[in-house]
Design a protein around this ligand. Structure first.
Ligand code: NCD
Length: 354
């Protein structure tokens, strides 16, 4: 159902699941804003599409085919919050499919500096581009902008590339894709034990990934964090309401022994109420060191959305269970799959027989 069927105030008050009904058009993805809009079938389709793109991109002929799919389209990357991987992987995903890219990364170089509202900026982008990918430090801003676009003269899709502390749906997609690939020969994601470690309160990647994981059965999730940074009650409520077994607290060393996946995160001190607040929290027991490798299962995977600080020792990088660099590259493939699906070119990719 298009997002121009509902007023902003009414839409804003809906819960995430109800909002998600407005992000697809005729069953096809349009806006990508919340993890709640992805069901299991969609996650499996996108993963399969990403894998197909990955294989097609191995040959010159395949790369030319992919590049021809959206070469008449343009994407605007509007990233006013710092980003390396998300920005570059969206650039690369657009380039794989042939889209031309425009970017604003610093509002000081745009008319926002002259007092233009983000609403007017986004409307402006929509007159030149066919897709907006946006990252902002304001929670919920991407939803507001998607609503503005759908109600403006030229509705174009908007992808949320990280909004404040609340959501990072495309990171969660690449995390699920990494889990799908890691457990391909181990019975899939169902039934696995996944341990999250670090700043679980302010890490939006964990929030979005926890929502996506409610699509799987028999999971055991464990959230290990310093008490002030423990996962927030709204995530626990979502998990409980979907029947997902989870535990909070406890110590990292005992939790990782049982884990099929260990998802490490950094302390998000940019959100500190007062400078230095996080520095007072002892995180030494929430860091993975080389000596921990002997405690974890031979089939376990170590993940991280990156950037990292000290929470994963660099000496761990060479261990075959450390998949965070592969996880990062998976972001490019799943984002290419997502954009192809939004523009309805997924069928051409599936049908390609080169
Ligand atoms: C994450 C983010 O921006 O939320 N980074 C990313 O997109 N890969 C995680 C973080 O900044 O810690």
């Amino acid at each position: 159902m298009p997002l121009n069927r509902i007023g902003w105030e009414e839409f804003r008050r809906l819960d995430a699941k109800a909002k998600a009904a407005y992000f697809a058009e005729d069953g096809r993805l349009f806006h990508v804003l919340l993890a709640q809009q992805f069901d299991r079938a969609r996650l499996e389709d996108l993963g399969a599409l990403a894998t197909r793109i990955r294989f097609i991109a191995k040959s010159d002929e395949g790369r030319r085919f992919l590049k021809g799919l959206l070469d008449a389209r343009r994407a605007m990357l509007y990233f006013t919050q710092p980003s390396t991987r998300t920005f570059l992987s969206f650039c690369a995903a657009c380039q794989i499919l042939g889209l031309t890219i425009g970017e604003v990364r610093d509002p000081a170089t745009s008319s926002e500096y002259k007092g233009e509202s983000p609403e007017d900026s986004v409307r402006t982008f929509s007159s030149y581009f066919d897709l907006i990918v946006m990252r902002s430090q304001i929670a919920g801003l991407a939803e507001r902008m998607a609503w503005v676009l759908s109600n403006a003269g030229r509705p174009i899709p908007l992808i949320n590339a990280g909004s404040g502390r609340d959501q990072h749906p495309t990171q969660a997609l690449l995390d699920v894709y990494t889990l799908q690939r890691s457990f391909e020969n181990l019975g899939g994601i169902d039934g696995k034990c996944i341990v999250f470690v670090g700043d679980l309160l302010r890490g939006r990647t964990v929030r979005s990934l926890a929502v996506l994981l409610t699509n799987y059965g028999g999971l055991r999730l464990r959230f290990v964090a310093p008490e002030p940074l423990q996962i927030s009650p709204d995530v626990c409520e979502t998990l409980a309401s979907r029947g997902v077994a989870f535990e909070t607290g406890g110590d990292m060393e005992s939790a990782i022994r049982d884990a099929d996946a260990i998802y490490m995160t950094r302390i998000q001190d940019e959100w500190d109420a007062r400078e230095g607040d996080s520095a007072r929290i002892d995180i030494s027991r929430y860091c993975l060191e080389h000596r921990h490798l002997q405690m974890i299962k031979p089939t376990a995977v170590i993940m991280h959305p990156l950037p990292r600080r000290k929470e994963i020792a660099v000496e761990i990088d060479g261990d075959p269970r450390a998949v965070y660099w592969r996880q990062m590259r998976n972001g490019m493939w799943i984002r290419a799959a997502l954009i192809a699906a939004i523009f309805g070119r997924d069928g051409d990719i599936r049908g390609y027989d080169g």
